[in-house]
Write a protein of this length. Sequence first.
Lengths: 411, 272
Amino acid sequence: MHPGDIFSLSFDALIDRKVRTVLTVLMVVLGSSLVVVLNGLSAGQSAFLESQFSALAANIIYVGSGQHSYHGSSSTVSITINNAVLSKISTLPYIESVTPEYSGSVEVDTGGETQHVTVTAMDPTKLTVILPNLQYVNGSTVNPNNRASALVGDTIANPPGATSPFVVLGQTIKLTYSYTATTGKSATEVQNYIVSGIMQPSGNSRIDSSIIISLAAGNQLLHKSTKYDQLIVAADSSDYVTTVQQELTTLYGPTLGVTTPSAIMAVTQKASSGNAAFTLMVGIIALVVGAVGIVTTLYNSVTERIREIGTMKAIGAQNIDILELFIVEAALIGIIGASLGLIIGMAAGYVLSIFTTTNIQGSGDVHIPPIYIPTDLLKVWVLSVTLSLAAGIYPAWKASRLSPMVALRRE
Amino acid sequence: MQSHLIILQKAIWSVTRIVNRDKSGATSNSAKMVSESTELDVRSSSIALGVKNLSKIFDSVAGKVVALDNINFTVKKGEFLSIVGPSGSGKSTLLNMIGALDRPTSGNVYIGGIDIFSLSDSEIATMRNSHIGFIFQSFNLINRTTVLKNVKLPGTIAGMAGSEANMRSIKILEALGIADKASQKPYNLSGGQQQRVAIARSLVNNPTIVLADEPTGNLDTKTGDDVFEMLKTLSHKFKRTIIMVTHNPELAESTDRSILIKDGRIERDVTN
């Protein structure tokens, strides 16, 4: 038989059973689109993480109390990071600077509108140590000694989806910090600040969704009693990061949490990869379920069309003709399903990324668009079609092996 | 009816010329020709079908069942033969053997001088396609596709070009008076019309023999008579070799020759 005739007969057979065909194609669509969505979102998340860490300076080491370590398993013992620790670390070799930092969650009120944000208290001039490429909007001024001035991140100043800015330069904002007093009672600390600077998008979501105030102002607002939350240690260059990291570990052991952007990135990417592998498996399971649907559909089709198969063989169809008819049906289901799955999956990924934002460090919602790599899409398409073909082999083989006489006798 | 017969004559001659041209040299190399010493002169150019010492034994729970026991006969080209017999006599089994749908326990079937059971399964399928036309009691048309596609299906299976298969099919449909139904689905036709479509399908590859299994069994008397007359016309006017299984003695008597099968043996072979 000519390939065109086989295609025509197979297509007719699929059209004849429209509902069943559509449902079977839908199974393949669901499987392949699920793989595409999960793949795209995972790739988007990985790219997002990379962009976050690539914006950080490579010579930075974060030093926190042991219990807040990011370096593998958390330690059970920690020391208070105070001026003594700060001074000691500052004297270590290969260290350019040590910047202490307080942080906490506050409510910011612009005189009508409120947001819950992270406030970071540090020397604002040291922001460029962490983010060498940090830029401010025109008119901004950085006043390290002014306790009443604040720098505002881009995500806070211009919330995603908002038609007007949340704050503008020169505006007074009220920060309210809620805490538990030494008496055990809940208390609040309220301070007003003037927005002296607004940062342009830095690529670092933590900074973009923070309000930066001076260290002294932070100590007062957050009631820290000169107990720092973190030290930002800048090594002389990225070549000395490991040396400094080892020195700190030797000096303080597990009582201090010492980590670097590359270590954070390695851990998060490992977690991200594990998550991606898991979600990919879920997608592949969905594809396999779709393939089982094809087996069921074609197997039923063979049973229902047994007299037709008998007739075709009686009038001269070869086993290979019957095999090809059913294989082409499976291939058509696979090709249509996989192609639609790719399109729907890509569209669904974009829609999902718009409607589901990712919360970073509890301080802001970030939109992470999916990333579709053409070779990955091709792999999903080939996998879907291959699974569909594989699913069609057994029913097709069974149909081709039918004896014409037995098939003609079947009611 | 007369005009239909004239058109049918032209159509059959036209298709015969095309197919004979195509079939020249198409006989399989592995096909064994009958030896000169064969008792039946099945190589004679006047013989379409030869059945020699044909037996079929089925294994069943109750033991071995002899369905056909040493059957011998020949059918001349253009002959209209009917096979009659009571239910379970073995007439359908015999038709299945002649149509190469099943293999015998022993014996031979020769079509156009070729021992069909010496062929491989694939060659048998090719032989069925080019040398045998089937007409079934329940028409066995593919309802999801058009009348035209049904009729040209043997040509399609043979790898015939679409335009040629279309041309042949339309000529035969015109001859059978149902060309206007070509684009319809078979389930929209009456029983008689569906059987005409089946007859058209059986003729499209210009087979050596046409096998009809109770072709009027699912039709009312009037329609059955029309279909039977069509088969008679095919045989007498256009020299088609037709072998028809029927349980209707009246129809059997109206054919050129009747073979009565009983308990797997030929009980009577009568020229009418």
